[in-house]
Design a protein around this ligand. Structure first.
Ligand code: ZN
Length: 302
């Protein structure tokens, strides 16, 4: 797919509307050519690639993926994060009067809904997926909407977006749509890649000296044709506030995925050295809390 280069130094931030600045041109996968222009917003902190897929292209691309293989290969870390979200819902339940309904936006094969069903049989969990991507969840007997989120004819106590918003071309739009179907006092939980210390550091010094090569390589592990933006606390707060939510809690977490692995592959690190280099990178950066590449954000509908 030829996304081309925009050759523009400024792009309107799709969350806050400020002028986002060109930062680098990155590749979408290890051996892909560098073809995605990346921008960083100085106001809300969003980092995003230009030319994300539109909704039809997205549905077409996702429909082509071997989802059975993907769900199988990622089962372990998906299980881990979904159980974390389920525990979170349990911890929130204490001060949330009654949870009877939950919508998982971007429910995939419905694993989170299954975990919820097992943990809280009284919660009626339903899903939303792109048209053509709902079969795996439906096959498990789950109820899945494929119409636009804003047209779902119900209101929910809880909505979840777990590793989803980074895929959505219009992140503020999907949060706004979810805002229209969450009850006042209801909650939205978002789990997504966040702009971490290393991202910000490289954006600041990435065009200098030896870091010039690292900037596109690092961000090629963070953004792609699939992951079209990295949220920041500021960009999430901006979108949530515009949709009638108040941020209740924000927590930064180390990722269950493997940015360091991908980065070392892109830097052509020899296989024999990979383990040692990864050990020291994680020792230094992760122990210092600099590799907290994910954010868990809980917001309450006003
Ligand atoms: Zn912005």
């Amino acid at each position: 797919m030829n996304r081309g280069k925009s050759k523009s130094q400024i792009m309107t931030c799709k969350v806050c509307g400020s002028n986002a600045k060109y930062a680098a041109t990155i590749s979408s996968d290890v051996d892909d050519p560098e073809c995605l222009d990346m921008y960083a917003c100085p106001k809300c902190g969003l980092v995003f690639v230009h030319n994300p897929l539109n909704e039809n292209e997205m549905a077409e691309f996702y429909a082509r993926i071997d989802r059975e293989k993907w769900f199988h290969d990622s089962a372990s870390f998906v299980d881990k994060k979904n159980k974390m979200v389920a525990r979170l819902i349990q911890s929130l339940k204490g001060d949330c009067s009654k949870i009877s309904s939950l919508l998982d936006v971007g429910c995939g094969d419905g694993h989170l809904l299954e975990v919820i069903r097992e943990s809280y049989p009284l919660i009626q969990g339903e899903g939303y997926e792109l048209p053509g991507c709902e079969e795996a969840a439906v096959a498990k007997g789950l109820s899945v909407y494929t119409c636009p989120v804003s047209q779902i004819p119900k209101h929910y106590d809880f909505a979840t977006m777990v590793d989803v918003i980074e895929h959505v071309p219009d992140p503020a739009g999907i949060i706004r749509d979810i805002g229209s179907i969450v009850k006042p006092g209801g909650r939205l939980i978002i789990y997504t890649p966040r702009r971490c210390f290393i991202d910000t550091m490289l954006l600041a010094i990435g065009r200098l000296g030896f870091t010039r090569r690292m900037l596109p390589k690092w961000f090629s592990t963070r953004l792609s044709i699939w992951h079209v933006q990295i949220s920041s606390a500021g960009s999430l707060r901006y979108s949530l506030s515009a949709a009638g939510f108040t941020v209740e809690k924000t927590q930064y977490l180390s990722s269950f995925s493997a940015s360091v692995d991908y980065f070392l592959k892109r830097m052509r690190c020899p296989k024999w050295a990979m383990g040692t280099v990864k050990f020291f990178v994680e020792l230094v950066f992760e122990k210092m809390g600099l590799l907290k590449t994910k954010v868990l954000c809980i917001a309450i509908k006003n």
